[in-house]
Design a protein around this ligand. Structure first.
Ligand code: PDD
Length: 295
């Protein structure tokens, strides 16, 4: 079955889905995006993702090219046309095509594209955990905007991969970990407190992060939105990361230092389990229900 992408009103074979060379997303990274996780035919936290998209667009003073109902429709159509059960929906909005000049074009027409990608949860990694490295956070002052301007993230992730790690945790000038290059960072302190950086301008306020904070509150876990240092992370009882494509993934090593006993700990396992329960509680997409796509 051919993979289908959505480009400005048209559903096209994925390989033919292109935007113009003068798209400002391409030339200036003048655009924003969202990644929505899909699991068991369920769109995870679609509305919070679309709320965050609106916020990002607002920060760029960019009007949404489609209203919420239309975006929801296209998202469902993408699930249906791609028979996507487990994977991600990628959605990007840019300021569109215009002669190359830094200032906003007088009358921009935003571009919107969507792709669907099959991706299974990596059960082995979920079970055994992953390694991370640390590196300086060299990003701009607004990582809270989900902008497609991701060069430091790209370079950081590449460095992680070359070091045989899954992710790079970025460290600010005060020695505090902000977040990963494409995920939020968490630890459990030796006295059993769950910590993750507060949602200020230094991090992307992850949707998975927010859901997990809600779950932690429901479970009566002791938690705080407080930054932690690299040293604290290395001395943590447990560590993990969260994102729409990685869910809750245990971290068992930081810069070669073993976290806890080197195995995913009980806190992390419990949160993984409850996050999975939460996903199961979401209503499957109606258009999709009952259909079985190739895995
Ligand atoms: N990344 N921090 C950064 C820098 C991210 O890029 C992401 C998401 C997150 C986690 O946010 P959420 O829980 O809403 O996915 C945190 C996506 C998955 C990506 O760029 O592929």
């Amino acid at each position: 079955m051919p993979r289908i992408a959505y480009v400005n009103g048209r559903y096209l074979p994925h390989d033919d889905a292109v935007v113009h060379v003068e798209d400002r997303g391409y030339q200036f990274a003048d655009g924003v995006y969202e990644v929505i996780g899909v699991r068991h035919g369920r769109l995870i936290d679609e509305e919070p993702h679309l709320d965050r998209l609106d916020r990002s667009l607002g920060e760029l003073k960019l009007a949404a090219p489609l209203n919420r109902a239309a975006i929801r429709h296209v998202t469902r159509e993408m699930l249906r046309r791609n028979l996507l059960r487990d994977g991600i929906i990628y959605l990007q909005v840019s300021r569109g095509v215009a002669p190359r000049d830094q200032q906003f074009p007088a009358d921009p027409t935003a571009s919107i594209v969507m792709t669907a990608r099959r991706k299974k949860v990596d059960a082995a990694k979920m079970r055994t955990g992953v390694r991370v490295i640390s590196l300086p956070d060299i990003r701009w002052g607004r990582p809270d905007i989900k902008s497609v301007s991701l060069l430091p993230n790209v370079l950081g992730k590449q460095q992680a991969v070359e070091a045989g790690a899954y992710e790079a945790w970025q460290v600010d000038r005060d020695g505090l970990i902000t977040e990963g290059t494409s995920s939020n960072a968490w630890i459990v302190t030796p006295d059993g407190r769950l910590l993750t950086h507060r949602a200020d301008r230094a991090i992307l306020n992850g949707i998975t992060r927010r859901t997990l904070l809600r779950i932690a509150a429901e479970l009566d876990l002791e938690f705080a939105e407080d930054a932690f240092s690299l040293d604290q992370a290395k001395a943590a009882r447990e560590a993990f990361l969260t994102s729409s494509s990685s869910f809750v993934l245990p971290v068992i090593q930081i810069d070669g230092i073993t976290v806890g006993d080197g195995n995913p700990g009980p806190f992390t396992r419990r949160l993984q389990e409850w996050y999975e329960r939460y996903i199961q509680s979401i209503q499957p997409v109606r258009e999709y229900a009952g259909r079985v796509g190739p895995d």
